[in-house]
Design a protein around this ligand. Structure first.
Ligand SMILES: [Mn+2]
Length: 273
């Protein structure tokens, strides 16, 4: 398994679980601690210098493990289920562009659907899931040439009221029926929403396309209550061998968050892999 860390490409943000710091410093730290990739959270895909990003990643020998998109909702309020058709369309345009960037910068070529799904805002569950499904289908159709994988992430109910639980997210993914739509399993969200974050891995099995790691308190692995040996062995047991992406609150500092997280995960990975 490889390790990456989530980086927010903004000077500051309300979103708590990402590193906000000068990009060069973070890339340098990442290469120092020997991790393999960076997951970029980009608020506006139309305002990013892709050539420059590509060069910086390659200068430090880092891969783009995934492109995340939550900041488009946090910073602009665009979402794939927005009650306003205009803002929903803006969100879809953003996602098409995210896919183009992921395709260009990353052999993994994947884009996260996290907070940018939006909230139900008084509409029924069925109605809002139908809207989300049709937005995703439109993105899939328009990005066929890029072949990008879309990762749908169950998110805990304090942050959204759409797709909190693993089982309903799997059902939703099945209802789209595209090999390009997979599950993003986040250990923090599943600790809040599932009976057992360990058993959740077994249930998610063939749908898992990517993994976010954080403790029950959303701090770095090693700073909370989760049993990382059990998590990693479950992932190995279901045949997952891709990225573990550290998406944590940078506490006490982002440097310590990265170092502790990497150390904790490496210790387990090195027992067998
Ligand atoms: Mn996550």
């Amino acid at each position: 398994m490889k390790l990456s860390v989530v980086y927010a490409l903004v000077p500051k943000t309300k979103f708590k679980a990402a590193i906000v710091a000068p990009l060069e410093n973070v890339l340098k730290l990442a290469s120092e601690v020997g991790i393999n990739g960076i997951e970029l959270n980009i608020p506006n895909p139309f305002e990013v210098n892709v050539t420059e990003l590509e060069k910086k990643l390659s200068d430090y020998g880092l891969e783009l493990s995934a492109l995340s998109t939550g900041l488009s909702y946090v910073e602009y309020g665009y979402s794939l289920t927005h009650p306003s058709e205009e803002l929903r369309k803006k969100s879809i345009e953003f996602f098409v562009k995210y896919c183009e960037i992921a395709h260009r910068l990353s052999k993994y070529n994947r884009v996260v659907i996290g907070l940018a799904r939006g909230r139900s805002e008084g509409r029924s569950r069925e109605e809002v899931l139908n809207i989300l499904r049709s937005s995703i289908e439109e993105i899939l159709k328009r990005t066929n040439g890029y072949g990008t994988t879309l990762l749908v992430e169950p998110i805990n109910h304090y942050e959204t009221d759409i797709l909190n639980k693993l089982d309903e997210t799997i059902e939703f993914i099945k209802s789209i029926g595209s090999p390009r739509v997979k599950l993003l399993l986040d250990t923090y969200h599943s600790t809040i929403e599932e009976k057992s974050p360990y058993d959740a891995i077994a249930r998610a099995r063939e749908y898992i396309g990517y993994v976010h790691v954080a403790e029950n308190n959303r701090l770095a692995p090693g700073m909370g209550m989760l049993d990382w040996e059990r998590i990693i062995y479950r992932l190995i047991a279901v045949g997952y061998s891709d990225y573990l992406s550290i998406e944590c609150i940078p506490y006490p500092t982002y440097e310590e968050m990265v170092r502790t997280g990497v150390e904790t995960l490496r210790r387990v990975l090195e027992l067998r892999y």
